[in-house]
Design a protein around this ligand. Structure first.
Ligand SMILES: [Zn+2]
Length: 140
């Protein structure tokens, strides 16, 4: 069965995000829509649907990954508030959206849309610069 995060070269995933690197229990991706500067996704390496299906070790490692990855986003791009959210109704492989919000900026004070009708795309060089910055900050 095809899975958005398990398939090594899932076309739908490759269309909307870049892989940054592997952390302890998860894989970090940079979202191509950068309407929120630094937006990422952190997906569990194992195919599990829910946090409550994780082993205690996975829970510890995944929450540490989430704190470190979101912390790196905040340090690198200086958001006002990190929004962290997990939905997955139509993509049931455990993942969290890491969405930095900037006071006075896009969607600040409200919910973020999973699929932004007006995405902000960067140049390949700009994406590569962000990916390199995340890798360096996280040592991945
Ligand atoms: Zn999966």
């Amino acid at each position: 069965m095809s899975c958005f995060y398990c398939d090594a070269n899932h076309e739908g995933r490759n269309a909307i995000m870049f892989e940054v690197g592997e952390m302890k229990a998860s894989t970090l991706y940079l979202f191509k829509d950068q309407a929120h500067k630094g937006r990422c996704v952190l997906a569990l390496k194992e195919h599990k649907k829910e946090l409550c299906e994780c082993t205690p070790q996975e829970l510890a490692d995944y929450s540490e990954d989430l704190a470190r990855a979101s912390g790196a986003v905040k340090e690198l791009w200086g958001c006002t508030k990190l929004n962290l959210a997990s939905f997955g109704d139509s993509n049931p492989h455990l993942h969290f959206h890491i969405v930095p919000k900037y006071e006075g900026g896009f969607e600040f004070g409200g919910n973020f849309l999973i699929t932004n009708p007006n995405p902000v795309h960067l140049t390949d060089a700009e994406y590569q610069e962000m990916i390199a910055a995340l890798k360096e900050k996280l040592g991945i």
